[in-house]
Ligand binder design. Structure first.
Ligand code: COA
Length: 247
């Protein structure tokens, strides 16, 4: 079964506590990214979060200040931005989505499809400018690929969060992410030892289960509580389509 809902490049969403309208858009071409604004959103969002409870050296051993000089947190996140932009330009990940309010960039996120599971994504990065946090922009960015109908059967979103990121932990748990210590990757700008895996699984697909009958290839079935009129039910399960979901 394939979804009949067609993909869309953008959609509008309400901004909490305001009459403004946010616009969520998929960036089709790296040259369309406003680099100065995107860099600023990345740098300011992380500094705003970590300045509250960390020292620069807890972000990276080499860092000695928040904003001044080459060993600052600002420079570290500017380098992070350049790495992310370079990887997107090279096609190393597929999705860059951005949120604007009155045409001003207020947040953005990047995603890539998991190699072993095309219905699952890894979210590389998510940032919302401090002035626009708490208005629902971050939540919209997390859900953006689903809302843009980019992945009709989105099964899971994985991410790696810095263990010391207190705000991120609260934010993701509110969105239904749970700790996933088994999740890891071999590539990341941030040292992997500092990161913890989190995963969101699509609740609307949770009733789907995999059964491996006594044959040498696994079969994929969907649980059904209804009697199938064509009488093709099988031990309470109906043959479904390949989800690619790992259980
Ligand atoms: C994490 C982040 C993206 C959230 O963006 P946002 O636009 O503020 O998120 P939302 O407004 O959609 O918040 C959704 C919920 O999470 C809560 N939340 C978001 N950030 C929070 C924080 N730092 N501390 C506590 N709660 C937070 C909101 O209060 C809201 O709760 P509610 O639904 O009960 O009102 C943003 O704070 C940010 O850019 N942080 C710095 C960068 C970062 O840590 N990114 C994540 C790791 S890559």
């Amino acid at each position: 079964m394939r979804s009949l809902v067609s993909k869309r490049e953008s959609y509008n969403f309400p901004i909490k506590g305001s009459d403004s309208i946010g616009v969520l858009k998929l960036v089709a071409n790296p040259v369309d990214i406003n680099q100065a604004e995107a860099r600023l959103v990345l740098v300011e969002s992380f500094i705003c979060e970590y300045e509250k409870y960390l020292a620069p050296s807890e972000i990276d051993d080499s860092l000695t200040s928040w904003r001044d000089g080459d060993r600052s947190v600002r420079k570290y996140y500017e380098d992070y931005f350049e790495t992310e932009l370079r990887d997107f330009t090279r096609g190393e990940f597929q999705y860059w989505v951005q949120a604007t309010i009155d045409e001003k960039l207020v947040g953005w996120a990047t995603f890539q499809r998991e190699k072993l599971d095309q219905n699952a994504v890894y979210m590389n990065l998510l940032v919302v400018h401090p002035e626009y946090q708490g208005k629902g922009v971050g939540g919209q960015l997390v859900k953006s690929l689903d809302n843009l109908h980019e992945i009709p059967e989105l099964s899971a979103i994985h991410l790696l969060l810095r263990r010391k990121n207190q705000g991120g932990r609260i934010f993701y748990s509110k969105l239904g992410f749970t700790s996933d210590p088994g999740y890891s990757r071999d590539d990341n700008f941030v040292n992997l030892d500092l990161l913890e895996g989190f995963t969101w699984r699509n609740p609307s697909l949770q009733n789907r289960v995999v059964i491996s009958p006594c044959i040498d290839r696994p079969a994929f079935f969907r649980r059904t509580d209804q009697k199938d009129e064509r009488n093709d039910t099988y031990c309470g399960f109906k043959p479904g389509f390949l989800l690619g979901e790992r259980f």
